[in-house]
Design a protein around this ligand. Structure first.
Ligand SMILES: [Zn+2]
Length: 146
């Protein structure tokens, strides 16, 4: 799969759409299973068909088996037949904006482009606006394999 889809095929993502994505991530965060860290996170992805796929973090008593909200959302996107991530929202509550962890930046990279917007927010407001390329520069992706 190529990650070099021409820009003219990329659905437009306006601010209203991104705010809807943030809201979906807020709702997903309410479903988080985080009994150990108490650090609930929600994520939402906009796919190439304009659909939103959300996910929450899922912790495990065997801590390393826990799963990030972004990974949960990617699973939903793929299961629904999505193959591209057009925009990302991540919601968490912390003193600093809750950005995707390093592992999730790479997970997102599989389906997203350097220009894909990633908004991070808390319950009240959007705390940061990035692109995947800003969060994961000079990344390794599907294009490297063929
Ligand atoms: Zn993560």
């Amino acid at each position: 799969m190529s990650n070099t889809t021409p820009a003219n095929l990329t659905p437009t993502v306006d601010d209203a759409r991104l705010h809807a994505l943030v809201q979906a991530a807020r709702v997903a965060r309410e479903r988080a299973y985080a009994p150990y860290s108490k650090f609930a996170v929600g994520a939402a992805l906009l796919d190439e068909h304009g659909r939103i796929h959300a996910g929450c973090n899922i912790e495990n008593a065997a801590y390393p088996q826990s799963q990030c909200a972004e990974a949960s959302a990617i699973a939903h996107l793929v299961l629904a037949g999505g193959r591209r991530i057009v925009a990302v929202a991540v919601v968490g509550e912390a003193a600093q904006p809750v950005t995707p962890c390093g592992g999730c930046r790479q997970r997102l990279r599989e389906f997203a482009a350097d220009t894909t917007p990633i908004w991070v927010a808390d319950a009240q407001q959007v705390r940061g606006r990035y692109t995947l390329g800003e969060l994961l520069p000079a990344s390794f992706g599907p294009g490297h394999l063929g």
